[in-house]
Design a protein around this ligand. Sequence first.
Ligand SMILES: [Zn+2]
Length: 517
Amino acid sequence: MTRDADYWAARRAELLGQMESDEAALQAKLSKLYENQVVQLEREIAAYYQEYGEKNVIEYRKLMVSLSDKDKAMLIERMDEFAEKYPQYAHLMPVRESIYKLNELEGIQTSIRLQQLEIGAIEQSELDAHFRKQAQRAANLAAEELGFGSNFYGIDATVVTDTVGAAWAKGKAFSQTIWDNREKLAAYLNDDFAQLVARGVSYDKVAKSMGEKFASVASNDIRRLIYTEGTFLFNEAQAQVHQTDFDYYALSCADSRACQICKDLQAEQHLNPARFEDRAPGINFPPMHPWCRCSYTVEVGDWEAWIDRYVEQRGGDRASIRDPYRKAKDDAGVVNLKLHLERDKSVFEDALATAKRNNKNGGSVDWHAASEMADWDTYLSDDMMVGVAVKEDADITCVFKNDKSKYRGAVTDLILMARERGGVKMDCYGKFLVNSYEKCGYEVVARVPFNAEYVDDPLLLLEQPDVYFLKKTSDSIDEVIRKIASKTYHQSTQAELDSLPTFDYDEAWKYRDNLLK
Ligand SMILES: [Zn+2]
């Protein structure tokens, strides 16, 4: 992947963050629902105890413990005979009947099951709305990545409806999981209730125990479902869009806490990307397991070739396909140099050489031969008269403009491009250039006094400017663009520059790079 990947990785992380805050809100809403339902459940239990008398329930238990095995068998198997033999216990027979014949228990068990189904119906509609929103956002992020704009898919788009409710986990759709969870919980609660009553547990304890079980199982089940299904939708909705223009992906772990299975798969797919058409959640595509929050990255061997193919098939402008920030920059009034990645380094070298000759400050521009720049990213404007290079170590260099270029205020677009493509630092002569970079979101951190030994440019020898070292601020590119628009970045005065920490060139380099760590 090229450095563009950083931008989309950041956007994906942002989208996941948004999904997680939606999830928290949904959980809170459902927790309220469960609290209300616990109250209802307690009412059902209270009604049972009222009907049979709490004392009777407890007394029944004591009776059971005191009986001989023979009498116990009689009570269980031949209740009427038992009541005749022990008339003093006849009043406990309804309790026994409610437990063993289940006539009465069936009433409360049916209520519990109905209650669970009601909750399931509410969960179903809440989750459906939540999932649709997440799927739509994820599909739109992928569409934006492909240059279709940020609101390409509506909430009823096929990619959304096909993804939400798709069966993927052991052949189950999320709605099926909701019903299964509800049935499972109803069965737990019914069993618990029968057992608690049979053990002669008091009303308070039964109500407490069942309320706790209900709340913890219900909210754990739903949390796992929302979380894992969210991971599925987040990835699947993007994959459905990505697969139209890309062939390969690789799993990308959420963070270092990811499980070993996911970490291993990430390493494996990083080396051997998997095909979108072969993806299968749980096998080679996230989520790999319940509570998985992994995602994936699109893998492209040669981005420039990909863009060539894309432009050939769909048309469009190479520069804006490569530059997701173009609109923000236009809105901020940043002059559009229509920069492109110049792969032919001799073309870049020519443009650089010509610009140095045609600019009175050309002596301040670093010179490098094409052979040195083989592994650098070099960008040129459409008139080939403005350019910048980003070295492998993320140092920005060869910032140049030919005086004959039609562009004015070219530095902002250049420096933003360099930053988007990973440029984190630069050094330059004099206050004018420092201020130009400062207003694009870089900060000056060190000074190297002018040293005539290394200089033959007459203007530099005359002005004797110091060399300054800069590094990027911690602002995101969006913030940088906003601050450029509002002109909020500080421009150092000469007095401020004079009081910077002062080193020789190599020490200044080290000092600045340490600050970047
Ligand atoms: Zn995972």
